[in-house]
Design a protein around this ligand. Structure first.
Ligand SMILES: [Zn+2]
Length: 56
């Protein structure tokens, strides 16, 4: 059984200006989605190791 729905914590956002990465949970603490440099355009980064494929 897989339980990969509703899993938080591994989503990162990258600032397009300074390329710093901020986890989503950090952004949720802020009143608005914004980088520490003040830039508001952040792109979502998907972790490359999202799933482990089992082979039988
Ligand atoms: Zn930035």
């Amino acid at each position: 059984m897989e339980s990969d729905s509703g899993e938080f914590g591994s989503i990162l956002y990258e600032c397009v200006r300074c390329s710093i990465t901020v986890p989503l949970e950090e952004l949720n603490k802020l009143p608005e989605i914004k980088c520490i440099c003040g830039y508001r355009i952040l792109k979502k980064i998907r972790p490359s190791v999202a799933k482990v494929i089992k082979s039988y």
